[in-house]
Design a protein. Structure first.
Length: 96
């Protein structure tokens, strides 16, 4: 192998190493709300004042509903509250 070919291979390997380092250390872009938007839900874990049992707050983004559920001793979910927040926002908007 001649000296010129060796130099080309070293430069090529160095370029590939730099490309690999850039790809490895660049954080991936955030991707939220991808896909079908007919049923978008957000789940939030929540503690409740005076209770050891935690709740899960479920927000239905498409319909504007908020529901709180907690697990029961039987392994089921108990709905502890529901609110249609779109109606609340509409009342606030018209009150101004």
């Amino acid at each position: 192998m001649n000296k010129r070919m060796l130099t080309v291979l070293i430069v090529l390997n160095a370029a590939l190493l730099v490309a690999l380092a850039v790809m490895s250390f660049t954080p991936p872009s955030a991707q939220a709300q991808i896909g079908d938007t007919r049923a978008d839900y957000a789940l939030i874990a929540a503690g409740r004042t005076g209770r050891t049992q935690h709740s899960v707050i479920i927000l239905d983004v498409a319909k504007g509903g908020v529901m709180a559920v907690e697990p029961t001793a039987q392994g089921k979910l108990n709905v502890t509250g529901f609110r249609q927040v779109t109606a609340d926002f509409e009342r606030l908007r018209t009150a101004r």
